[in-house]
Ligand binder design. Structure first.
Ligand SMILES: Nc1ncnc2c1ncn2[C@@H]1O[C@H](COP(=O)(O)OP(=O)(O)OP(=O)(O)O)[C@@H](O)[C@H]1O
Ligand SMILES: [Mg+2]
Length: 284
């Protein structure tokens, strides 16, 4: 499902800026921590600033708090302590300011009884957008994920990769300013995943759409991201940060380059360290 906390206005068609220079950060996580009611420490206090236009990836061993941090950024869960700012302001005000965010989960969770077009239109319907205004947005979002020829199909008539594309179109249709994705391609085969990664890079670049992405794949993290955060568990925390300072948008050939291999090797070493019991911890 995609999250679109009301009330959102759709009158502000703010175009994303070409660079983050002079633009306020999109998200600031200020010493935010999460203690679950059952006593589990999901997250130790975390400080994190996400710049406009960044493609930030969270990676780390299972249970290290990636989903918890993503949900905290989306304000789907409240921090036990600390604060969250969106666009330098109180996140509760953001909807009224024409800022929107969208959340894509690992499962596409489409309505099986509705055609692709209706599935993609859902967030606009929930926001009471008139049909005439919604129609071109829906058409555009479906075209962006390459499914124009399938808009009248039902989910059961689509492959897993295509269903995930529908889910992404449903996120894009709201023209979000912040896109949050929790292992969206985790259930797909590697070939399909690579194709979707190529498309995601293009979509991100076209709109300079600030994105926070969770994955277990080292290759996917290096290919997509401008910055990667390696998290460690016990309790969930930022272990190390890697900047991928390579030309954008990433070309398919980047995957075959020696630099790509070097990034992957280093990230793999860090992940192994982060997975050790009570791993060293602290920011590198
Ligand atoms: N609602 C909850 N109540 C209690 N504990 C929770 C809750 N949600 C998550 N946790 C715990 O918080 C920790 C972090 O969980 P989280 O789901 O964020 O990990 P993750 O890094 O996303 O793992 P995975 O890679 O398996 O998806 C884990 O110990 C988990 O058991
Ligand atoms: Mg998770």
């Amino acid at each position: 499902m995609n999250v679109l906390p009301p009330p959102y206005t759709f009158d502000d068609d703010t175009e994303p800026m070409a660079t983050s220079e002079g633009r306020p950060p999109v998200v600031e996580v200020l010493s935010a921590e999460k203690l679950f009611p059952n006593g589990t420490r999901g997250l130790a206090p975390i400080d994190l600033t996400i710049a406009d236009g960044e493609f930030l990836t969270l990676i780390g061993p299972s249970g290290c708090g990636k989903s918890t941090l993503l949900k905290l950024i989306a304000n789907l869960i409240e921090p036990t302590d600390g604060r969250l700012l969106w666009w330098r302001g109180d996140h509760r005000q953001v909807g009224q300011q024409g800022r929107r965010l969208a959340f894509v989960f690992q499962e596409p969770t489409l309505m099986p009884w509705a055609r692709v077009e209706a599935n993609v239109r859902l967030p606009l319907e929930l926001a009471d957008m008139p049909g005439v205004k919604a129609a071109p947005l829906v058409e555009d979002a479906i075209a962006r994920v390459g499914l124009s020829a399938f808009s009248q199909h039902y989910p059961r008539q689509l492959s897993g990769g295509m269903r995930m594309r529908v889910s992404i179109a449903r996120a894009l249709v709201t023209q979000p300013h912040l896109l949050l994705m929790d292992e969206p391609f985790g259930a797909l085969d590697e070939f399909t995943r690579n194709r979707l990664d190529d498309d995601l890079v293009r979509l991100w670049w076209e709109r300079k759409l600030t994105t926070v992405f969770v994955t277990h794949s080292i290759y996917e993290a290096v290919f997509l991201s401008t910055r990667i955060i390696v998290m460690a568990a016990g309790p969930g925390r930022i272990f190390r940060t890697m900047t991928i300072d390579e030309p954008q948008p990433r070309e398919v050939g980047f995957r075959d380059s020696p630099k790509f291999a070097a990034y992957c090797r280093e990230l793999s070493t860090w992940l192994a360290e982060a997975s050790l019991p009570r791993s060293g911890g602290g920011e590198a």
